[in-house]
Design a protein around this ligand. Structure first.
Ligand SMILES: Cc1cc2nc3c(=O)[nH]c(=O)nc-3n(C[C@H](O)[C@H](O)[C@H](O)COP(=O)(O)OP(=O)(O)OC[C@H]3O[C@@H](n4cnc5c(N)ncnc54)[C@H](O)[C@@H]3O)c2cc1C
Length: 485
């Protein structure tokens, strides 16, 4: 099924409990902190089933049209098809909504390729993964994930209420309590995937549980951070933050019942991480992340070029170098994305997945470079943003508008367009919303130090050492020959 934006919005009115400060939000589709972003997600649901996109965005399974990201890839062509679907979702959201509806299902598709890993924990958990993927696919559902225990609860021994843990079992499943972080897009999702991607210690067996839960499950509450959408003045002054604020939330569990068929790992500490790293789950999920970043980078490059143009700087060699670095970076990432697909890897089951090395190189590149990219483009704006009048009321017809048009226009652009451009660039690169994105890109795939380690773990070190061995052997041989002569 390919659901409509209208059906998606209706599904959000399900009694979920969302805390914005002390306020309990009753409907995210109408609340000023969330409604525009909810519409942006709904728009993606509509766009992907529109005649011009449906082929690229869907595939057939058992005679039914399903979203492309639910497909388990068996060929390189399948990977290309999935990639194009990720790219379009990212394009429609300017690369600003990282946990869009194509993110978490990609992890679960990867996990479903190795159900035996889950069965080793408990017979039936492998089937639970397959059934859960089926459930998401059939309903075209939106899932987020929270795979960390909050920093303050890590390693806490004893009965801290915040500490996430299994608190009991009931006839049909398990009962959990405590906090999980950080649910980006959680308020806009149907479902949440809960687990831990960071290693758990041997004494943390009570936290070793991975499961899925509906956002409106009894006992679940989402505590969201400050809303940028709520503080966005207008579509002109805050183009991005007014409509692409995917939000982040801590999820609180108060004795929440999870049925066994939604449990995928139970009291098995190694499996908590292995399900991401010993299946293609982590790489398929983060392939989406790389496409999302590349669309954002395209937008930033366009802004950089336009800023240089407005400043009459395009012929300055130093500015050309800045733009050249940006263009080279964009091409580097696109090249890595191609290599992820064209050097795909195959499993004995016949499934294929993106290439590990190129995926982790891409993830590392994004995490390490975003800050510098944003900074360089912000520098190009100079003091321009502070020359602009206070708000977009200056665009309304009248005496002030006429003075503004006359004095702020450039040879190639009206003052009104210049105003819109500068506000757009500021919202993306320098606002409160932009600050969140800088942090986001750093932590997107995990903490920064791990970004390097993924590549350390997957590099062909033995092969590299062979080249060195060959030269050393050559030197030894030559010395021995000289000695013998
Ligand atoms: C905007 C945003 C959105 C997010 N969305 C999600 C989401 O949707 N789902 C989800 O599950 N998570 C999400 N996260 C959480 C993200 O996965 C974590 O931020 C990330 O894994 C790091 O964990 P932490 O924040 O607890 O940092 P910590 O682990 O506490 O690390 C803090 C700092 O210490 C450094 N550090 C810690 N240990 C070491 C070490 N041994 N060696 C060197 N340096 C070290 C880290 O590199 C980091 O700079 C999001 C984070 C942000 C910022």
């Amino acid at each position: 099924m390919l659901r409509t934006g209208k059906d998606y919005l209706a599904s959000l009115r399900d009694g979920r409990r969302i805390r914005l400060g002390k306020e309990l939000v009753s409907d995210v589709t109408t609340h000023p902190a969330f409604r525009n972003t909810a519409q942006s997600f709904a728009r993606i649901y509509d766009l992907k089933r529109s005649p011009e996109n449906i082929e690229a965005m869907s595939y057939q399974e058992n005679g039914e049209s399903c979203s492309a990201w639910f497909q388990a890839p068996h060929t390189r062509e399948d990977l290309r098809h999935r990639a194009e679907a990720h790219r379009r979702v990212a394009q429609w959201s300017c690369g600003l909504m990282g946990r869009s509806m194509d993110h978490v299902p990609s992890f679960i598709v990867g996990m479903s390729m190795k159900p035996e890993l889950f069965d080793a924990n408990r017979c039936g958990f492998g089937q639970n993964i397959i059934n859960y993927l089926d459930y998401l696919r059939k309903g075209d559902l939106f899932a987020c994930y929270l795979v960390l225990t909050p920093q303050t609860s890590r390693g806490v021994v004893g009965p801290s209420k915040a500490n996430f843990r299994i608190v009991g079992e009931y006839d049909g499943g398990i009962i959990v309590s405590g906090q999980k972080m950080l649910g980006t897009s959680a308020v806009f999702s149907d479902e949440a995937w809960i687990g831990s991607m960071i290693p758990l210690g041997p004494d943390q067996v009570e936290e070793a549980v991975t499961f899925a839960v509906p956002i409106n499950a009894p006992g679940v509450e989402l505590w969201v951070r400050k809303s940028f959408e709520l503080n966005a003045k207008s579509r002109i002054d805050n183009y991005f933050s007014s409509q692409f604020d995917e939000s982040d939330a801590v999820m609180i569990f108060n004795d929440v019942k999870i049925p066994w068929d939604r449990v995928f790992c139970y009291r098995d500490i190694p499996l908590m991480r292995d399900m991401y790293f010993k299946t293609p789950g982590h790489v398929l999920g983060n392939h989406q992340s790389n496409w999302r970043f590349s669309e954002k980078l395209k937008l930033i490059s366009g802004i950089a070029h336009q800023a240089a143009d407005y400043g009459n700087l395009l012929s300055v060699p130093a500015i050309q170098q800045t733009l050249g670095r940006l263009a080279a970076g964009e091409a580097t990432l696109l090249g890595l994305l191609c290599a992820q697909i064209e050097q795909s890897q195959q499993l004995p089951s016949g499934h294929v997945h993106v290439n590990y090395r190129y995926l982790y190189a891409g993830l590392q590149w994004c995490a390490h470079n975003y800050f510098q990219i944003a900074e360089e483009v912000r520098l190009l704006l100079g003091a321009g943003p502070f020359m602009m009048p206070a708000d977009d009321s200056i665009l309304e017809e009248g005496e002030a508008h006429d003075v503004f048009e006359e004095n702020w226009k450039l040879p190639s652009v009206t003052a009104s367009e210049r105003y819109r451009f500068v506000r757009m660039a500021w919202d993306l690169l320098a606002s409160d919303f932009a600050g969140r994105h800088q942090q986001y890109e750093r932590f997107y795939g995990g903490p920064p130090h791990i970004m390097d380690l993924y590549s350390f773990w997957h590099a062909p070190w033995a092969e590299r050492r062979e080249g060195v061995r060959h030269i050393l052997d050559d030197m030894i041989n030559e010395s021995q020959q000289l000695a013998a002569e």
